[in-house]
Write a protein of this length. Structure first.
Length: 443
């Protein structure tokens, strides 16, 4: 069961791996063959503690029988049915279950298959909404430097990670970016939300002054920026962004692909941070990543404006063959059951003091220039190796894997986001292995 099954044994050539240094990986592969609870296992049976919930997604831990059995049952009942002009019960059930969890004010759910599709869907819904209410001139989209909204053209354009854009030409037109919120000189080693930087939200007013408020359709931000290396919003920042958006009729979109489903100790980041967006994207933890699925939630007003404002016939010319896929929908319902039964957000919340104390044990450790945490997330930023940005953290990543821990690195930042079922002993082990790796790797 653990061997790599290919027609040509040991052949790693065919798979062009995503976001991977294919050449060095294939020269020295790191393979995961099995997963259970808090751990992965390599093909040789070596145990790897999962410090990242896969890719910020297996929030309930791995191999949860309830989810697996729900997928198996659904596969036997009905493998696939379209949701274009047709429907099937489990997709409606999944949407209703997501809607039940949403912050007040959001109630409609559009299904996608990934975070990237959710980001592009959210942007398209924002444009369609303004058009439906007679404001078709609102075509500008605003993101934020260092934001990550996946890899579709919409999310990539509104996203603000230069490395993810530079190979791909011109991007969408009419896109602007707010400044990122990383202020190391003022906020270094903050516990939770940093104190300084709320005023950075006011830069949205500059874009309003530059372009005219009635040209801007939406602002999309991650409540906590994850993929760029964990940037926590300064106290009051999101509130100000919300106020400015409301004042100018601009839709606020929260990309909750990482922060949704318990990661911050509440169902969604919106609740923890006390700000409700007009549109919210999600994916990852929605199905515990057992079957790909994403979703976009909107207010009733947005749904009604688009749907009731349309002439008879299809109201939104958008959707995916697999929107509301039966297997994904079954996985979502089972995952959300687990969330409720085990109170995963509450469990994460209870772990937060221990988590923060553990990760801030790295504050001012040799080679560590910043530590950031919020919810069950941490970013530990290393001093880059002179002339080789990112190399030090990559070596730490490799060393951790050798020593039995999966972490994630972006640039010189080590990001941690364990499954929400993490226990004290796992937290201790994460710190121990990471500490050993940081010490072992040359500066
Ligand atoms: C905030 C955010 N949005 C979108 C995405 C893209 O999700 P996917 O890789 O499922 O397309 C990610 C992935 O990490 C993310 O963190």
């Amino acid at each position: 069961m653990n061997e790599i099954r290919t027609s040509r044994p040991n052949d790693l050539d065919a798979f062009w791996m995503p976001f991977t240094d294919n050449r060095s990986f294939k020269a020295n592969p790191r393979l995961l063959a099995r997963a259970e609870g808090m751990h992965y296992y390599t093909p040789e049976g070596r145990e790897i503690l999962d410090g990242t919930a896969g890719l910020w997604c297996c929030n309930a831990g791995h191999g949860r029988t309830q989810i697996t059995e729900a997928i198996q049952r659904q596969a036997a009942i009905m493998d696939f049915a379209p949701t274009f002009q047709m429907g099937h019960p489990i997709a409606f059930e999944a949407a209703a279950r997501v809607a039940d969890m949403l912050p007040e004010g959001l109630s409609r759910v559009f299904f996608t298959n990934s975070g990237s599709e959710s980001a592009d869907t959210a942007l398209k819904i924002a444009l369609a909404y303004h058009k439906a209410r007679g404001q078709a001139q609102r075509v500008r989209l605003v993101g934020r430097e260092r934001g990550y909204h996946g890899v579709g053209f919409g999310g990539m354009s509104v996203g603000g990670i230069g490395g993810n854009r530079k190979q791909f030409g011109a991007m969408l037109p009419y896109v602007d970016h707010l400044p990122h919120t990383h202020l190391p000189d003022r906020n270094r080693f903050s516990h939770g939300q940093p104190e300084h930087g709320a005023e950075l939200a006011d830069t949205l007013e500059n874009l309003v002054a530059l372009h005219g408020a009635d040209t801007i359709a939406a602002v999309m931000v991650e409540p906590v920026a994850g993929s760029t290396g964990v940037l926590v919003p300064p106290v009051g920042y999101l509130q100000r962004l919300r106020e400015i958006c409301t004042k100018h009729g601009i839709l606020l979109i929260f990309d909750e692909v990482i922060t949704g489903f318990g990661r911050l100790g509440t169902n969604f980041g919106a609740e923890r941070l006390g700000v409700t967006p007009d549109i919210m994207t999600m994916a990852k933890g929605l199905t515990n990543a057992a079957v790909p699925m994403g979703a976009v939630a909107t207010s009733d007003e947005i749904f009604r404006t688009v749907v009731e404002g349309a002439p008879n016939g299809i109201e939104l010319f958008h959707g995916y063959t697999y929107s509301g896929h039966p297997l994904a929908a079954a996985a979502a319902v089972a995952t959300l059951d687990l969330h409720r039964e085990e109170d995963l957000p509450g469990r994460a919340m209870a772990m937060l003091p221990r988590w923060a104390e553990a990760v801030h044990g790295f504050d001012r450790a040799a080679g560590v220039v910043d530590v950031r945490d919020f919810g069950l997330i941490a970013g530990i930023e290393l001093e880059p190796r002179p002339g080789a940005p990112g190399a030090r953290a990559m070596d730490v990543f490799r060393r951790c894997f050798e020593d039995g821990l999966l972490v994630r690195v972006t640039g010189d930042i080590v990001a941690l986001s364990p499954p929400l079922i993490v226990e004290d002993r796992h937290v201790e082990r994460i710190v121990e292995v990471l500490d050993g790796a940081i010490r072992a790797v040359p500066a």
